[in-house]
Design a binder for this molecule. Sequence first.
Ligand SMILES: [Zn+2]
Ligand SMILES: [Zn+2]
Length: 385
Amino acid sequence: MMRAMVYRGPYRVRVEEKERPSIEHPNDAIVRVTRAAICGSDLHLYHGMMPDTRVGMTFGHEFTGIVEEIGASVRNLQRGDRVLVPFNICCGSCFFCVRELYSNCHNTNANASAVGGIYGYSHTAGGYDGAQGEYVRVPFADVGPSKIPEWMDEEDAVLLTDACPTGYFAAELGDIKEGDVVVVFGAGPVGLFAAKSSWLMGAGRVIVVDHLDYRLEKAQTFAQAETINFTEHDDIVMHIKKMTDFLGADLCIDAVGCESDGSFFQVLTSSKMKLQGGSPVALNWAIDSVRKAGNVSAIGGYGPLFSAVKFGDAMNKGLTIRTNQCSVKRHWPRLFEHVRNGVLKPSEIVTHRIPLEEIAEGYHIFSSKLDNCIKPLIQPQAQAA
Ligand SMILES: [Zn+2]
Ligand SMILES: [Zn+2]
């Protein structure tokens, strides 16, 4: 048996004893979790917004740990290896994986029309248990995980399993040219990494838009960005136009999506702006704020249902809109280099370190945007030891 976070229904998670995972296939590994993050996208699950999130499931797709056991066919890992594991569960051999589109793996999710398998992310993403517990089963263990280099801090490593590469990928999708003006909507972890990464790709100006001052302060200190609190402006699009010689930004990044706690939307509806229910607010701001023939990259999480994207404007402006879930592993060689060289210190965004037994409180704090929470980490072994 083991201790793990368990979903009991919307806004209800708790720590319970549950069956310790075991090798189910020769290519599995069992990893003893040493760090697991709570992700903004976990809040979609927590709020009951993700279809087919089943009671009894353990969440958690951002983790590091120590290999406890390997299946008979695993070659690249050994018991005792310290590993970081991408949130994507990928087979390594399908049409998509051979093109390094690991996030679109065709073999790891029975509902594989779009996304591949993801740890702890409902049966919509394959029904795998996640890592917010003492142990987790890692399928295709030779494909996804990497050993944590000796020189790498484990808190940097855990952020390299989703938030950091996803932000980096968002900037990369935007095809940044030297001197470009980049506007990032959303100052959560992914938005912060998107802003930081934009500089690494040659941006000349980086502007981050959010409604929470503590997150905007982080965007200034961590990502050296200019910031805009959109609640202070009647018309955020016009404000951005004014800041960019009325051309608009070269690249707009939507790092919000249909925001997991709905606060972007709630803040807006409680202000004077008129919006349709379910509007992808940040995406439409991105479409409106980018210059003609500019780039929009959308990596915020969207549930299956949302409406009213301004697609006509996007077409008439000649925009290039690019999206996908990040294929984490593809970005590791470059990101490992950046971390090693000290240009990127992903763990700088960590604000909370929470024992597993207190994870329910962690979800509550993160969900309610209390205590200036930006990125909470769970240490499952803290009390197991
Ligand atoms: Zn995540
Ligand atoms: Zn695959």
